[in-house]
Write a protein that binds this ligand. Structure first.
Ligand SMILES: *Cc1c(COP(=O)(O)O)cnc(C)c1O
Length: 321
C-alpha cells in the first residue's frame, strides 16, 4: 500500500506505470476529501482488509507532516513492513524539524532517501534499515546496483557532515518557517492552498479558481521568471498532465538567504501572475488547458522584481556572472 499519486504520493510506491506497480499488486491510500489530510482511520481499515506486505509512507507533493508512529502502529497491526521514503524531506529530518512521532527514523523498518533534495547534497540516495532487514537491503548490490561512483560518495560524505551541523538545523527550520510565510502571503492574496497551508517545506497551490490549469499557471510563472512545477491536486479534474496545481518548495531560495520579507514578496509575485493570466480559448471558443494569455508588460515587470530579489541574494557571493 502506498500513498495515492494525486494525494501527493510518489510514482515508485506502486503506480501502475512504474516498475513497482508491475512487481506488486498495489492499493493506494489517500487523503480525506474535506481536510485533504491523510485519513489514518481509512488507511487502517483498508490495510486490515488488503493485508499488504509493505506499507510505504512518504510523499513528494503533500504539504503536511506525517505521523510515522501511527503508520508503524498500523503496519504492526497487519504484519506489514513499514517502508518510509523520506526522499523529499530528509533535510527536515536531519535538521531536527521533524521530531517525535513525525521523525521517521525510530519507526521505519526500512527507510529510503535521496541525497539531492532538502538534504542538499549530490544526486544520489541511501537506504537505512533495522538489523532484521540488513541482509535483504545489502543484496541490493549487486541485484539492482552497478559500479560505485566515488565522487558521489565523497559528495554524500560532505552533505552528511554539513547536515550534522547546528547551522544546518537553523537552515532546516528556516525552510519550514519560510514555507509558512509563503503560504500566509498567498492565502492573504486569496490563493487556495491544498490542506489550507503547510507545515513542511512544500506549498501546493490549487489554481482552479483562476480558471487556469496547473500547466497554464506554471508556464505563465516561468514566463515571469518564477520557476515552479505543475502538480495534481487531490481528485484533480484536469488529470496528471494538465493538473490544477502548482507545487513550490522553499529549500533553494532559503539557501540563497531568503527570509520572511523575501518570501512575502515572492507570494505577491506569484499572486500577481495568477491574477493577470487567463486561459487562451481554443478554436471552438472554450477555455483551453495549455495556452494562456499574459500581457508581456506584466510578465516583464514581475521578472524584474524577481531579478531584484535575487540580485540581493547571489547564489555564490563574490562570483560575477
Ligand atoms: C524524488 C523522490 C524519489 C526519487 O526520485 P529520483 O528520480 O531518484 O529523483 C523517491 N521517492 C520520493 C518520495 C521522491 O520525492
Amino acid at each position: 500500500m502506498g500513498m495515492a499519486l494525486d494525494a501527493g504520493g510518489h510514482l515508485t510506491h506502486g503506480f501502475r506505470h512504474n516498475i513497482s506497480g508491475k512487481m506488486f499488486q498495489q492499493r493506494s491510500y489517500g487523503t480525506d476529501p474535506t481536510s485533504q489530510l491523510i485519513d489514518y482511520d481509512k488507511l487502517r481499515a483498508d490495510a486490515k482488509e488488503f493485508k499488504p506486505l509493505i506499507i510505504a509512507a512518504g510523499y513528494s507533493a503533500y504539504p503536511r507532516r506525517v505521523n510515522f508512529a501511527k503508520m508503524r502502529e498500523i503496519a504492526d497491526e497487519v504484519g506489514a513492513t513499514l517502508f518510509i521514503d523520506m526522499a523529499h524531506f530528509a533535510g527536515l529530518v536531519a535538521g531536527k524539524v521533524f521530531t517525535g512521532e513525525e521523525n521517521p527514523i525510530p519507526y521505519g523498518h526500512v527507510i529510503g532517501s535521496t541525497t539531492h533534495k532538502s538534504l542538499r547534497g549530490p544526486r544520489g540516495g541511501f537506504v537505512l534499515a533495522t538489523k532484521e532487514y540488513a541482509d535483504s537491503v545489502d543484496k541490493g548490490c549487486p541485484m539492482v546496483l552497478g559500479g560505485p561512483l566515488g565522487h558521489v560518495m565523497a559528495a554524500k560524505a560532505v552533505a552528511f557532515a554539513e547536515a550534522r551541523t547546528e547551522s544546518f538545523q537553523t537552515y532546516a527550520q528556516a525552510v519550514a518557517d519560510n514555507a509558512k510565510t509563503l503560504a500566509e502571503g498567498l492565502l492573504k492574496r486569496g490563493v487556495k492552498l491544498v490542506t489550507g497551508g503547510t507545515d513542511n517545506h512544500i506549498v501546493l497551490l490549487d489554481v482552479s479558481a483562476y480558471g487556469l490549469t496547473g500547466r497554464q499557471a506554471e508556464s505563465a510563472l516561468l514566463d515571469s521568471g518564477v520557476v515552479t512545477n505543475r502538480n495534481s491536486v487531490p481528485a484533480d479534474p484536469n488529470g496528471a498532465w494538465y493538473t490544477s496545481g502548482v507545487r513550490i518548495g522553499t529549500p533553494a531560495l532559503t539557501s540563497r538567504g531568503f527570509g520572511a520579507d523575501e518570501f512575502t514578496a515572492v507570494a505577491d509575485l506569484i499572486a500577481d501572475v495568477l491574477e493577470a493570466t487567463t486561459p487562451a480559448p481554443t478554436r471552438s471558443g472554450a477555455p483551453g488547458k495549455a495556452k494562456y494569455i499574459l500581457d508581456t508588460s506584466v510578465s516583464q515587470s514581475i521578472q524584474s522584481r524577481a531579478d531584484e530579489l535575487l540580485a540581493d541574494h547571489p547564489l555564490y557571493p563574490g562570483l560575477e556572472l
